[in-house]
Design a protein. Structure first.
Length: 203
């Protein structure tokens, strides 16, 4: 921490945090949020107002989970992930309230599936990620998109269902075609080569 004292966690007294949940150093959890049993929130991560972090969810360091987002277990978020307001990460591939005979389903009646989000990726406001699915590192899911299949690293996806329309760099800005055929981030100058189904940094 560059010789500085690590920042203390701030947990709103109006948040509901299970005793078995783990909250990292310097994390903040705002009022009305619910962090369920065995969830883990990484150091310096910010959990906004009215957020649900489900049982067993794993959230990395320096993430931002914005107001009213719903992250259901066993989702896994890498370091530096952004989850926009009202976004939903589901966990049930065949959702039913009851069995075929009409009896109520219980916790043990189904096997939850995970949404996995790679480091640095962003899930836009109101987007829905339908488990099981992986959103790649540094990918960008547009607001309101519905992700039903895996998203490659650095991909920019939009729509219902989400489809790739371009690539983004680590800044989140859409890459532009350079004169020498490589993709360039207009903000950082970082350069990438497009292989069709993915990109790689040009050294």
């Amino acid at each position: 921490m560059n010789g500085q004292e690590p920042r203390r966690s701030w947990l709103s007294p109006l948040a509901d945090i299970a005793s078995s949940a783990q909250i990292g150093t310097g994390a903040a959890v705002w009022d009305g949020s619910h962090i369920e049993a065995d969830a883990a929130v990484g150091a310096e991560t910010v959990v906004g107002r009215g957020v649900t972090i489900g049982r067993g969810v794993r959230i990395g360091r320096r993430c931002k989970v914005q107001n009213a987002a719903l992250v259901y277990g066993p989702a896994v978020l890498g370091d530096g992930v952004f989850v926009g307001p009202g976004a939903v990460l589901t966990n049930d591939t065949v959702p039913r309230a009851v069995h075929p005979d009409g009896t109520l389903k219980t916790t043990g009646s189904w096997e939850p599936s995970a949404v996995v989000v790679g480091a640095g990726a962003s899930i836009g406001a109101g987007a829905i990620c339908v488990a099981p699915v992986r959103v790649g590192c540094w990918a960008m899911v547009a607001a309101g998109a519905v992700v039903t299949r895996d998203v490659p690293d650095h991909a920019l996806v939009v729509g219902v269902p989400a489809r790739r329309i371009g690539w983004v760099g680590r800044s989140g800005v859409r890459l532009e075609q350079g004169d020498d055929g490589v993709l360039v981030c207009p903000r950082t100058g970082d350069r990438y080569r497009d292989h069709g189904d993915g990109i790689e940094a040009v050294r």
